[in-house]
Structures are given as structure tokens and as C-alpha cells.
Design a protein around this ligand. Sequence first.
Ligand SMILES: [Zn+2]
Length: 115
Amino acid sequence: MPKKRRNQGRNKNNRGHVKVIVCSNCGRRCPKDKAVKRFTIKDIVDASSKKDLEEQRAFDQYVVPKLYIKMQYCISCAIHSRIVKVRSVEDRRIRAPPQRVKRDAAGRPVEKKEE
Ligand SMILES: [Zn+2]
């Protein structure tokens, strides 16, 4: 039978079984090697509240803590929330890792200098 991907969308190299994880979005069970994992770092308070806090704080050096969350999505949620995209038959043959976006301290993408 023809198959869509040679690894069936998984990273289960010669393992018989992989533990399941629970999707962060919908609660569906999904094998860990198949799940789409993203480590998100975001501020505990939103940008407008952060400005208010900075004006009212008693200590000058106080930094508002951040949330460090590992998100694990099932394939349906990853596609639906556009974390990953469906690729055409030809594009699926490209095995190079996607281009990484470099970000500065503020989290804005840094443009790469042409050499
Ligand atoms: Zn899900």
C-alpha cells in the first residue's frame, strides 16, 4: 500500500511503543513522537497591564516573571492552529529542517545580514 510519509509522520525509530501525551488544546491522546511540541515563553500579564505595573512598582529592578510552558499538540490541533502546515507531495520530500527565525531579547525577529 502506498504511504504518505516514509515515517508515517512519526519519529519512532525501531521502538515498539511510545508513551502517549495529552494534547494541550483538546485533550486528545497522541504518541509523544508524533505530537507537535512547542516551548512558549510569554509574559504573565498582557502588554497594557505590564505598562501600568511598571509605573506603579515600588522596586525599580523588579522584572515581571514570565510563563515557561511546554505545549504539546495533537496533529489536528497543530494543523488547525497553523503551527504546522500541510505540504504538497513534492514538498514533503524536502527533509531539511525549516529555517529558524533569530529573535532579539525583546522577542522580535532579527533580520539576517546578507554576506
Ligand atoms: Zn488536540
